[in-house]
Design a binder for this molecule. Sequence first.
Ligand code: PLP
Length: 422
Amino acid sequence: MNTRIADPGSARLAGVDLHALAAREGTPLYAYDAHALDARIDALRDGLHGRRARVCYAVKANSNRALLARIAAAGLGADIVSEGELRRALAAGFRASDIVFSGVGKTRMEIAAALEAGVGRFNAESREELGLLDALAAERGQVACVALRINPDVDALTHAKISTGKAENKFGIALDPARAIFREATRWPALRIDGLHAHIGSQLLSLDPIREAMARVAVFAGELRASGTALRSIDVGGGLGVCYREGQDHPPALSDYLATVFAAFDGFEGELVFEPGRWLVAEAGYLLARVVRVKQGSSRCFLVLDAAMNDLIRPSLYEAWHDIVSLVPQDRPMRVYDVVGPVCETGDTFARDRALAEVEEGDLVVLCGAGAYGMSMASTYNSRPLPAEVLLESGGYQLIRRRQTWEEMTAGECAPLERGTA
Ligand SMILES: Cc1ncc(COP(=O)(O)O)c(C=O)c1O
């Protein structure tokens, strides 16, 4: 039995009655346990205490403004990848100087907006990006701080779609061209290129690839130091994995992860930057859904929920596992279901052959570990409005995003222009 919902029959989470919550706010509904998020923030802060280190939360994992505001208020910085995330981060209270701007395809407009805001550091991914950033910073009379994102060519041993540190991936710069960039750094007078960045992938369940990648970055940093380039920061990215499947996933302990990074950069006098996303928010989040139908097919029993791939795409996109709990008395007989959504794609499947305490139409189920890359990847596919989000705290809750209305879903769509007038 999944222990995240201690007593599924009584269906309480963080002291909140999920039946009453679902009746009031409707389903599908994202619910985040504020205490679980705070506990992760505190653990990180404790683990970094006394170190020259900074945490920049990867906004893409979950960009809800209330969560961002909570994370900013706790003193963390932000790792952003778009102007939209920049705007969200600033609106939520992150100081611009505590923001790092990552991403392989920053546009001219996005770079200009980030310069205007005064973001602390750009994690640059190509020589071309350096040229553009230099030109835009020079135009404004600014000097931009830059870390070069290194592609260490290490297999992160994670799903291919979230592996980012192999030579064949689009991210970062290989060591040879990176070496040349540092040698020629004066070509970009409006840039201060004095940092390294590496992010090899997400949902890392083994420390080996991290150790390997960080060793390569550390050797490179040592080489730069020997040739006279003093680095001010080394950004180790995010990627620390979480437990999606109780009893099966064994992510590294935070302390072991941090010890691995500290060991790699022992003696480094600059600042270490961490960009966790998933680790901070995934396990704090739940997607609450109602059973629309139990459909007995010719060979399989389908549990059709009112949540679908548009609400939580990870299972469809990455064959990702989410523990699922039916919020019914657990002395009901167990039954094996294919848990699916109503979207018109066979890929709209949350789980196959999943044993759950038997459910009926109208019962609630909860998908665990849904706090990261859940709502932030949601869409309105099949013209399904975006779900609502709530923050559970001290036995109560706050609505932190109301359910999208039909009008909001189609707002912005216009009547076609008359032919020939474009
Ligand atoms: C540059 C960068 N940093 C940090 C992260 C966050 O990764 P995670 O959520 O696995 O911690 C990502 C995720 O894609 C990323 O691309």
